[in-house]
Design a protein around this ligand. Sequence first.
Ligand code: CA
Length: 222
Amino acid sequence: MRILVVEDERKIADFVKKGLKEAGYAVDVAADGEQGHFLAGTNDYDVIVLDVMLPKMDGMEFCRNIRKEKNPAPVIMLTAKDDVQDKVTGLDAGADDYLTKPFAFEELLARIRAVLRKKSGGVPTQLAVEDLALDLLSHKVFRAGKDIELTTKEYALLEYLMRNSGQVITRTMISEHVWDISFSTDTNVIDVYINYLRRKIDDGHKKKLIHTIRGRGYSLKA
Ligand code: CA
């Protein structure tokens, strides 16, 4: 899952980016509303974390603009104070949720999970395909009841494949949702990670779940 953080306060932006990356998300940061608006129009983000007080284009205007452009990405607004009017205006502008600064990082993570859950039609906290299960809260992965150790990036890739199981997932889709803006598409990094996952998920199992769709990409299915 890929997240855009629009925040002009460098310290907060760095802190949020670091924490989200540790939690397995791909993260891009924009330091003002205009840059954020440009990135939101260029990439397909799963969630946008948006500060209200921003240079060039404030959070309210940003939100109204992306909704006008029919951008469906869930938006979590960061409001500076416990200002009821700010929250009301934010929700009216098209935000899905808000968080008052200063906030506990755990709460931001929980709200991100909540908007992702809503976006995917109320998917529970566990994803499952056949005997493969992924717990979105503990980040634990099991195949046939056996614990599988994954790196943060492998987990992020598997989560994306499982959320879209049964569909053909192109390398472009993977790079857009699992890697951030610094990712270079002319490498074979994605294939390398798919192979890591195959080894951990499918090796030793008769039924393979990760399939290569020739000339198109990959699919995770029974
Ligand atoms: Ca700000």
